[in-house]
Design a protein around this ligand. Structure first.
Ligand code: NDP
Length: 589
């Protein structure tokens, strides 16, 4: 690495460069530049074929879980542990796995360490093959959870929930689906995931392209050949353009480069690409792990990425070395004023990331174009030991649009900066819609007591107790990002949320005559805590290059995250379960 600690950083010059990067990317249409890829099932499912019709179901279950990804799976598993008999997962996909069901593009793998990412490893008794397991292995793990907790029995797959209505007399939710099912459920968990709606770029002419186009979450192996491990042999005589350079493209590009006759990588904003350091799991190390190791390892990682001190760094990868983590260490040393320490740590980290591009990319012009000029957490960090190297191949061309994006698509190719590049295939690595209202993200019309729509109840901001339950919506629980706390290891925070929900449900079951519904006072207090503790990210995000982290350059005024971070949030939940006032959350039926 070419950076030395004594290298001086001119912060003023850096800020000016970052502002310039942001300004050339800002566009008036913000989020509106994208169009959704139809509804999930209308967008097609490359992984399931055959007849989609079946007789509608009309029955009653103990719990219905919207979403068969890791959040829904762990919630269902924990509800099973709590003694519930009939648990029904409903998902649009043809199988369990959530994002790992849909995303099977070449190179797909987790980039958070698999030992802490994959849920319930100890209970399912599985050893991930690698530090960063391939997507297919992760998908099979989701299926194994489904089998281990008998979740296939009542599952309704290739099915979308259309409405949830609270029936006060029966003290049940009535759940309707797009297959005409009508299910009565005592409890409902909504875990629809943040990346459930692929989006397409609004590039003029895209619909007129005569070649083949698909989104990375609907990979077309019939067209490309090969599989998630690569070997895209049907691209050998094709010129391919991939649009987008986010975390997905970083993983797919090395395989596209190997397969295509020629690959154009169309870049609007370069990602930060740090070291990955993947390696096979050492079975001897694995056998040496003591029971409870996964929880301990997850908590150690969470402490570190939450900016706390830990005596060891068990995961020891580039996530525990991001700019904010370095910033917290630097602040702890107390040598500079906190904001300066944070900014200096970021500048050092980004200088290293840019130096890494120079180290790995031979052509200096290409290397210059691949360097990211923004603070690291403006965009999702990425990790690869193959992506940057792909640009050294003679059959790979970086089309750097310098923030402008593709100008237009013609019948035969793409136009960048006035030049048309004829291509046969366009791969859209353009990500997912994130600005969707959490009340409607699952795609269901949710109505609680008195027919009140959840979207209306939350119209002026979320109203929950601890992010998972709202007054007027008894026995309805939310997993995800709703007045709780996030972490790069999203599977971990989902599991903590799921355990909390199931713990409270177990208690409600033991009482027998109660509903889980917060008191007005408890909910008011949590909303007030969210507002009081909110970390104001406006200034940071407004200075960032646009992306989904900052609402495409229009940062939200109000944060719905708990400002104390995930470690403190998990302690709040644990404290409530141990000593909380039960009247705050149980109401008589
Ligand atoms: P992203 O939203 O991160 O990236 C979309 C890309 O498309 C960006 O590079 C964007 O450019 C580009 N783009 C959009 N419109 C245009 C246009 N008109 N012209 C040119 N480029 C365009 O989506 P991803 O699918 O890459 O990632 C989504 C998330 O999924 C990640 O952030 C991550 O959280 C998760 N993920 C996780 C993985 C894991 O291993 N755990 C692996 C892959 C994804 P610009 O940056 O300029 O907006």
């Amino acid at each position: 690495m070419t950076v030395h600690p004594e290298q001086r950083i001119d912060l003023e010059a850096l800020r000016a460069r970052y502002r310039a990067e942001r300004d050339r990317r800002l566009r008036p249409d913000g989020d509106d530049q994208y169009t959704p890829l139809a509804d999930r099932r209308g967008a097609g499912d490359p992984w399931t074929s055959g007849e989609d019709r079946r007789d509608p179901v009309d029955d009653a279950v103990d719990a219905l879980v919207v979403g068969g990804g890791f959040g829904g799976l762990v919630a269902a598993a924990r509800l099973r542990d709590a003694g519930l008999e009939r648990i029904r997962i409903v998902d649009a996909a043809g199988d369990l796995g959530g994002t790992w069901y849909w995303n099977r593009y070449p190179g797909v793998a987790c980039d958070v360490e698999s030992y802490i990412y994959l849920p319930l490893l100890e209970e399912v008794g599985v050893m991930p093959t690698r530090k960063y397991a391939p997507g297919e292995e992760i998908r099979q793990h989701a299926r194994a959870i489904g089998r281990r907790f008998d979740l296939y029995r009542d599952a309704l797959l290739r099915t979308e929930v259309t409405s949830l209505r609270w029936d006060d007399d029966a003290a049940r939710w009535t759940v309707r689906t797009d297959h005409g099912d009508v299910v009565a459920a005592r409890y409902v968990v909504v875990s629809s995931g943040p990346f459930n709606r692929p989006k397409l770029p609004g590039i003029p002419g895209l619909a007129d392209f005569r070649g083949h186009t698909f989104h990375t979450s609907r990979w077309d192996y019939a067209h490309t050949g090969g599989g998630p491990d690569g070997g895209l042999d049907r691209l050998a005589d094709r010129r391919v353009a991939v649009i987008g350079t986010g975390a997905t493209a970083i993983q797919a590009v090395p395989h596209l480069a190997e397969g295509a006759r020629h690959l154009y990588v169309v870049q609007r904003t370069p990602s930060t690409v740090d070291e990955r350091g993947d390696r096979p799991t050492d079975p001897a190390w694995w056998d040496s792990l003591e029971p409870g190791w996964q929880r301990a390892r997850r908590e150690n990682f969470l402490d570190l990425v939450d900016g706390r001190h830990a005596d060891v760094d068990l995961v020891d990868d580039r996530w525990t070395d991001t700019a904010p983590v370095r910033g917290s260490r630097r602040r702890a040393r107390g040598e500079e004023e906190p904001a300066l320490a944070t900014e200096l740590a970021d500048a050092e980290k980004m200088t290293e990331i840019r130096a890494r591009v120079d180290d790995l990319v031979v052509d200096p012009t290409v290397a210059a174009a691949l360097k990211p000029w923004y603070r690291q957490m403006c965009k999702r960090p990425t990790f690869s030991d193959r992506y940057l190297q792909a640009f050294n191949r003679p059959d790979v061309t970086l089309l750097d649009t310098r923030g402008a994006g593709v100008e237009r698509v013609t019948a035969d190719g793409i136009v960048v900066d006035g030049v048309e590049y004829p291509v046969d295939t366009i791969v859209l690595a353009t990500g997912f819609e994130l600005g969707v209202d959490p009340a409607t993200r699952a795609g269901a019309d949710i109505r609680g007591r008195g027919g009140l729509p959840l979207a209306e109840y939350w119209a002026d901001g979320l109203r929950t107790l601890h992010g998972w339950v709202s007054r007027g919506f008894p026995n309805l629980f939310h997993l995800g990002s709703t007045q709780n706390a996030a972490s790069p290891n999203f599977a971990h925070v989902l599991e903590v949320q799921a355990e909390h929900v199931a713990g409270v449900v177990a208690e409600a079951e033991a009482r027998g005559d109660v509903l889980v519904e917060p008191s007005a006072a408890a909910e008011d207090r949590w909303v007030a805590t969210i507002r009081e503790r909110a970390v104001d990210l406006q200034v940071f995000q407004a200075a960032c290059t646009p992306g989904y982290y900052n609402g495409e350059g229009r940062p939200r005024r109000r944060s719905e995250q708990f400002g104390g971070g995930p470690v403190e949030f998990h302690a709040v939940l644990a404290e409530w379960r141990a000593h909380g006032d039960r009247e705050e959350v149980f109401t008589a039926r």
